[in-house]
Design a protein around this ligand. Structure first.
Ligand code: 3PG
Ligand code: MG
Length: 397
């Protein structure tokens, strides 16, 4: 994949409209997790170093086209100055006079921050006039928000019709990591797909079956597969109506010679609560009044064997109810094993989507993975094989 990148652009004296993801969790008006902000520092520094002015364009939350003071990006201004080590000038709009004023006062090395773009209904409507007025603020458009690029919005897609566009450094890293697992991977490739519901991951599984050598299925999703094979699953979370879908997925995997690893043993309990008594049972023997909450030790050994023979691992979702101990065991042990192999240079490990970062952080291994994406929905849609509206125009065709 050949990308139009920030490094190829002449930035000297240019205003660079930069789409970033500032949709960070807030507690009492303070940033609770700054991962997304730390990850855009290289792009902002590069623009400043090359003599450009970054104009940050971002959303927070889902205000549905209306102003909500608690979703104003003004609350990020001070903390952003610390992270970026430069002055951040806030404009209370995305277009119009208050933005023009910031242009009059901004100095070299400083950053402009526009208000939450989702305060405008035109943003999510991908309105051409709104896109054009955003574009009129700048000389170049840089998309560094892979995690919002599954949305066809004015700030992610529309604006690129009116300005020369390039991928920021985080976008570039995300796309390269995804390419290294799906398009040109070192084989064999194993994918670990966990989480609660098959219904949200049907397309993902179908696409992965065609591309990877082995899929390890975990989390409550695996319950539906066990149920489809006629196993008793007691009180476990299950999507009974997807029994046929689960069987179809297994058939497709056979056709493509993609090995499917399902749990062979389970950790079960009467309720999902901390330190509740548990039983370890084989996959076809969940007692009637129990529920499946994690994969068992034999399954973890199977998973380690698969990861051990793989050269590339794609990880999405937890193997059990990892938020509540001891049901984080399978996830933690498998993640630790993958991180050790990665550290030894024997595995390329890429993780992302939904709860994944939280699960790997809990296991204390996120740092050791080759790449951990900050994206949820965008990561999944990419793995489903979709062309993302905020990415297509960045690729040299
Ligand atoms: C996210 O937090 O997943 C991204 O910022 C996208 O947000 P959205 O799901 O509201 O579009
Ligand atoms: Mg989301």
């Amino acid at each position: 994949m050949s990308l139009k990148t920030l490094c190829q652009m002449d930035l000297h004296g240019k205003r660079v409209l930069t789409r970033v993801d500032l949709n960070v969790p807030m507690i009492d008006g303070k940033i609770a997790d700054a991962t997304r902000i730390e990850k855009i520092i290289p792009t902002i520094s590069e623009i400043i170093r090359k003599g450009g002015t970054p104009i940050l364009l971002a959303h927070m939350g889902r205000p549905n086209g209306r102003r909500h003071q608690n979703l104003s990006l003004s609350q990020l201004q001070e903390e952003l100055e610390t992270y970026f080590n430069s002055k951040v000038i806030f404009a209370a709009e995305c277009t119009g006079p208050s933005v023009e004023t910031t242009f009059e006062i901004v100095k070299k090395g400083e950053i402009i921050l526009l208000e939450n773009t989702r305060f405008y209904p035109e943003e999510e409507e991908n309105d051409p006039m709104f896109s054009a007025s955003l574009a009129a603020l700048a000389d170049l458009f840089c998309n560094d928000a892979f995690s919002v690029s599954h949305r066809a919005h004015a700030s992610t897609a529309g604006v690129a019709k009116y300005l020369p566009a390039c991928a920021g450094k985080l976008m570039e890293a995300e796309l390269k990591a995804l390419e290294s697992v799906l398009n040109q991977p070192e084989r064999p490739v194993a994918a670990l797909v966990g989480g609660a519901k098959i219904s949200t991951k049907i397309k993902l599984l179908e696409n992965l079956i065609e591309k990877v050598d082995c899929i390890i299925i975990g989390g409550a999703m695996a319950n539906t597969f066990l149920f489809s094979q006629g196993f008793n699953i007691g009180q476990s979370l299950v999507e009974e109506s997807l029994k046929q879908t689960a069987l179809k997925i297994l058939n497709k995997a056979e056709k493509y010679s993609c090995k499917i690893i399902l749990p062979t043993d389970l950790i079960v309990a009467k309720e999902l609560s901390k330190n509740t008594p548990t039983l370890t049972v084989s996959a076809d023997k969940c007692p009637e009044n129990y529920m499946i909450l994690d994969a068992g030790p034999l399954t973890v050994e199977n998973i380690k064997e698969e990861v051990n023979s793989a050269k590339t691992l794609l990880w999405n979702g937890p193997l059990g109810a990892f938020e509540v101990s001891p049901f984080d065991q399978a996830t933690t042990q498998a993640a630790k094993f993958a991180s050790e192999k990665t550290k030894n240079g024997d595995l390329i490990s890429v993780a992302g989507g939904g709860d994944t970062l939280a699960a790997l952080n809990k296991a204390g291994v996120a740092e050791a993975f080759t790449y951990v994406s900050t994206a949820g929905g965008a990561f999944l849609e990419w793995l489903e094989g979709k062309e993302l509206p905020g990415v297509g125009y960045l690729i040299n065709k």
